[in-house]
Design a protein around this ligand. Structure first.
Ligand code: COA
Length: 504
């Protein structure tokens, strides 16, 4: 116990030091007020005249008005956007880790808590290299530190509570109720640290499904994406982009940063909740737009309209139709017979219709009343795209891209993951990064897709399970070496004996 007190001291000292510096600020301010009062007494006329000469706003800017002076350091040399923010990362699988990896890319100190001996389940899922952390894990947990803690061990909970006390944000995406069962209810967390922000991903928000466990595709189905994806004549389709998991993680990151900003004013933390169903719906909002348009007639930009097929009660699947007001379709390019990705997405944007007509050898369409205007083209889209495709099939997707962009015609090649992995411009911007890992070797990951001009991002490999346990216990939480030995024997940071035997 004596050594416990010892280890706590630095934390207490720090807190005292903070209070002291706060007092200093107040103390500094007091004389300033006195000075003004004194000035008023000595030269009341001068003081009274001053505001009339200088408009209030200008005076505020001149004095700084509490605002920081712009840094004079070179861009990118004044730290990172989230420097000083400590995250208790209690996330697993994909949605939560996406969020915390982004915050870590922005400079937050992300402490990932994992179950001893087991860790995040994705460490061993879809393994490609025997005995090494999977790409699933390594690509979602860069720039983090890993500590193993058994939250169901009393000593483990004591360590967790100590983390809660010093962290700015707790992020979790356990099944509903799991955190409460551990004893970390919002009330308890807020009581331990009123400044902490507690951010959660759940499958559903409050309502009939709130207790359900949810994975990616369930969210895509419940959020309106699957019913509106695919071809009309086929079943609902899920997309490859992980809009339920990674999409919700992104939403959560914005919620956290906003809560941190609000805390600057209120001094207190708050709960942030992102339901995966809500996140998917937010991304599928154009389809809710179309659902309401259906009441007023057919959706004329859907190729179904041109094909004379009546609309039902709900928004149909629209294949590769454009989701916006400019008709578009996916067209074959040279080599499509053998290359499954030899396609280009072609948008017949109205302002460049004349250029499209010239390119595909149909200059007469520029004046033909059946083709000259967007409304005239709507019922003929299938035919029009068939003619455009005859042209695109004579060129590779990259040739179509080059030619069309010279005329400002918006098109996009279908890029395979192989092509993306090899794309040098994505490497140059740090969007695709090669990272070295002690057990799996070199691998590619996705760096920070959000580029900040004054907050550079260096991608660091994901941590090994429990790699930073001792470092966090001693350097972050202030436990003494003797206490660390006690913790080790308590089973709080090591797997239970049974699990160890099974693993061996
Ligand atoms: N020490 C001890 N126990 C731990 C622990 C630790 N460090 N970390 C987790 N656990 C326990 C939890 O307390 C829970 O135990 P309990 O159910 O006995 O109370 C248990 O591990 C499992 O947690 P859970 O979240 O239920 O995992 P799961 O594998 O059964 O379910 C999900 C996975 C993703 C379906 C579920 O977590 C979920 O629905 N999350 C919310 C939505 C979400 O994020 N989904 C997308 C994931 S990409």
């Amino acid at each position: 116990m004596a050594s416990r007190k010892k280890s706590k001291k630095p934390v207490v000292k720090k807190a005292k030091a903070k209070k002291a510096s706060a007092k200093k600020v107040v103390a500094k301010k007091k004389p300033a007020t006195k000075k003004i009062v004194a000035k008023k007494k000595v030269a009341p006329k001068k003081v009274a005249k001053a505001p009339a000469k200088k408009p209030a706003v200008k005076r505020a800017v001149a004095k700084g008005n509490g605002l920081l002076k712009p840094s004079t350091k070179p861009w990118g040399m004044d730290g990172k956007a989230l420097d000083g923010v400590k995250i208790l990362d209690f996330t697993h699988v994909q949605s939560g880790p996406t969020c915390t990896q982004l915050l870590a890319y922005m400079g937050a100190d992300c402490i990932k808590v994992e179950r001893p001996g087991v860790g995040d389940i994705t460490r061993t899922q879809l393994r490609d290299v025997k005995g090494a952390d999977s790409l699933y894990f390594t690509m979602l947990n860069a720039n983090k530190r890993s500590i193993t803690i058994d939250s169901k061990n009393p000593k483990g909970m004591e360590i967790l509570e100590r983390l809660v006390k010093i962290c700015d944000v707790l992020v979790e995406n356990f099944a509903p109720g799991a955190l409460d069962r551990m004893g970390l209810t919002w009330e308890r967390v807020h009581q331990l640290n009123p400044r902490i922000i507690m951010a959660s991903v759940k499958g559903f928000g409050p309502g009939p499904y709130e207790e359900c466990k949810v994975y990616e595709n369930i969210a895509q189905c419940a959020g309106g994406s699957a019913s509106t994806t695919g071809f009309r004549e086929g079943p609902p389709l899920v997309t490859g982009a992980q809009i339920g998991d990674s999409g919700t993680g992104l939403h959560l990151a914005l919620g956290i940063v906003s809560a941190l900003y609000q805390r600057n004013r209120t001094g207190r933390g708050q709960r942030v909740l992102c339901a995966m169903q809500d996140g998917v719906l937010n991304l599928a909002r154009v389809k809710l737009r179309d659902q309401q348009r259906l009441k007023h007639g057919p959706l004329t930009e859907y190729s179904q309209y041109g094909e004379g097929i009546p609309f039902g009660q709900a928004v149909p699947r629209a294949g590769n139709d454009s989701g916006g007001g400019q008709p578009a379709w996916l067209l074959k390019c040279k080599g499509w017979e053998t290359d499954p990705d030899a396609y280009i997405y072609f948008i017949t944007q109205a302002p460049v219709w004349a250029e499209i007509c010239d390119l595909i050898g149909k200059p007469e369409w520029k004046t033909d009343p059946d083709f000259a205007t967007p409304p005239a083209r709507l019922p003929r889209l299938k035919f029009i795209f068939g003619v455009i495709e005859e042209w695109t099939m004579t060129k590779t997707k990259f040739e179509v891209m080059d030619i069309c962009n010279q005329h400002d015609i918006p098109v996009g090649p279908i890029l395979s993951m192989k092509e993306i992995a090899e794309e040098q411009s994505l490497r140059a911007t740090g969007t695709v990064v090669e990272v070295d890992h002690p057990t799996r070797g070199k691998y590619l990951t996705v760096g920070n897709p959000i580029k900040l001009s004054d907050s550079p991002c260096e991608v660091k490999r994901s941590p090994l399970l429990g790699e930073h346990t001792e470092e966090i216990l001693t350097k972050v939480l202030g436990y003494s070496d003797k206490e660390v030995v006690e913790i080790k024997t308590s089973g709080a940071i090591t797997p239970p004996e049974k699990a160890r035997v099974e693993a061996a």
